[in-house]
Design a binder for this molecule. Structure first.
Ligand SMILES: *[C@@H]1O[C@H](CO)[C@@H](O)[C@H](O)[C@H]1NC(C)=O
Ligand SMILES: *[C@@H]1O[C@H](CO)[C@@H](O)[C@H](O)[C@H]1NC(C)=O
Ligand SMILES: *[C@@H]1O[C@H](CO)[C@@H](O)[C@H](O)[C@H]1NC(C)=O
Ligand SMILES: *[C@@H]1O[C@H](CO)[C@@H](O)[C@H](O)[C@H]1NC(C)=O
Ligand SMILES: *[C@@H]1O[C@H](CO)[C@@H](O)[C@H](O)[C@H]1NC(C)=O
Length: 390
């Protein structure tokens, strides 16, 4: 099925009524924004094919549940960004870096798995982090915006593959990044205190990226905070953690505390951005609370074994950094997958030790869509309305 959008997406477009001539005083939360496009920035939480296009595909069994083949996502199926696109009646986002089969008529995805906010001083082969950090993503966005319009003016097929000029100001800009900046610090053997000391620089660079998008015309921002890194099999397996550091649910507190610290500072950065960018509507979404709730109270929501990866190879967490989901070995000249999927990903939270299953992503999306985990508490469909803060 390639990267063609599902048929039902066209329905959403048919009911689009165009922009309404509302002045600032007439803004009503009752009016839906009708976002015609999404531009996404981030890491593996929202990568729909960027890293795969640049550095080789995510292996099978990634994608098995929804796409039935690897689809550039680190999950068995859809990500939160896919559910966002579906709910807005838009096609799944093509990765900006994907030169084959992409259709950018309703947006583009600049995220790549392993991306950080700050450019790293290590290569991907040294550390595993993607060189497509947020500053690079925002340069790519700027390039995309400019060149897409040059090509679109040629007409023909280009007109159907690239966004209309006014989509850039009407679009929803989604951002989910930061988790890897935190783990990158630990990988360099920093202490929690040292990782925290770097957070202001991370957020300074984050704010610069938002300001650049705003300067290019972006107005509606939907910003996810970062998840509880300390609850992931990846962290529990990789980092030295003492028994005293494990909370009553099984998460490693120092890592969760650093995520909370980052999120607190991110929230402050968003407050400042609202002051600096008078025409921006910025929604801050508390993904951390939802992921933490889902992992620590999995049973209540119909999930099982929240600390065990569905797809992996052995150990307490079914996670082995040398044999990650889809890993193969050669036996008698034949390649055999040794890190396979579990029987029923639909009841599991963690897919591969780092990322969430489609079922978990769907559950999270359902909680965030109506705005009950957002500041301000506006539903996704209304995230273009600026709520003035005292
Ligand atoms: C990379 O190195 C430069 C120069 O030492 C430093 O200022 C910067 O903070 C480093 N970046 C990261 C992400 O560690
Ligand atoms: C790109 O996607 C849009 C919206 O789904 C569709 O109308 C258009 O025909 C597609 N273009 C091509 C060349 O497939
Ligand atoms: C971090 O510490 C480990 C264990 O002492 C060591 O093997 C590794 O080389 C260190 N990494 C860096 C980047 O200093
Ligand atoms: C590999 O082939 C040899 C010779 O045919 C056989 O004895 C052995 O069991 C095979 N190993 C595996 C793991 O299949
Ligand atoms: C938002 O949606 C969730 C999930 O469907 C539901 O549990 C919650 O009650 C809703 N909240 C509001 C304020 O509508």
């Amino acid at each position: 099925m390639g990267s063609h959008p599902p048929r039902h997406v066209m329905l959403g477009l048919l009911i689009w009524t165009g922009s309404l001539p509302l002045g600032p005083l007439m803004l009503s939360t009752a009016s839906s924004c009708n976002f015609p496009a999404i531009f996404n920035f981030g890491d593996s939480n929202s990568d729909t094919g960027g890293l795969s296009a640049a550095f080789g595909p995510a292996p099978s069994p990634n994608g098995e549940t929804h796409f039935h083949h690897p689809a550039g996502r680190y999950s068995d199926g859809r990500l939160i960004i896919d559910f966002i696109a579906e709910s807005l009646g838009l096609p799944y986002l093509s990765a900006y870096l994907d030169s084959v089969g992409s259709n950018f008529s309703h947006g583009a995805n600049f995220a790549t798995a392993g991306s950080t906010i700050r450019p790293q001083n290590t290569t991907k082969s040294q550390s595993g982090y993607s060189p497509i950090s947020l500053d690079v993503q925002s340069v790519q966005y700027s390039d995309f915006k400019k060149r897409s319009q040059i090509h679109r003016s040629q007409g023909g097929i280009f007109e159907t593959l690239l966004p209309k000029a006014d989509y850039f100001s009407k679009a929803l800009y989604t951002i989910d990044i930061g988790q890897n900046d935190l783990t990158a610090g630990y990988k360099l053997n920093m202490t929690t205190e040292q990782v925290k000391e770097n957070v202001p620089d991370m957020l300074g660079q984050f704010s610069s990226a938002v300001k650049q998008i705003y300067a290019e015309g972006g107005r509606s921002f939907w910003i996810h905070n970062t998840g509880p890194v300390g609850c992931l099999p990846y962290s529990l397996d990789k980092f030295l953690i003492t028994a005293a550091q494990i909370d009553k649910y099984g998460c490693a507190s120092p890592f969760d505390e650093v995520s909370q610290f980052f999120n607190q500072k991110l929230k402050e950065a968003v407050v400042q951005l609202r002051k600096d960018l008078p025409q921006a509507a910025i929604t801050f979404v508390d993904i951390y609370s939802l992921k933490y709730t889902l992992i620590t109270q999995a049973k209540k929501f119909g999930f099982e074994q929240p600390f065990v990866a569905c797809c992996g190879h052995g150990g307490k967490y079914n996670y082995n950094s040398a044999r990650r989901c889809g890993a193969k070995i050669t036996v008698n000249g034949t390649e055999v997958v040794i890190a396979n999927s579990c029987k029923d990903p639909s009841v599991r939270v963690i897919w591969d030790g780092v990322h969430f299953t489609e079922a978990a992503n769907k559950w999270i999306f359902q909680q965030i869509a109506n705005g009950s985990f957002s500041d301000p508490p506006v539903p996704l469909k209304m995230a273009c309305h600026r709520k003035d803060h005292p």
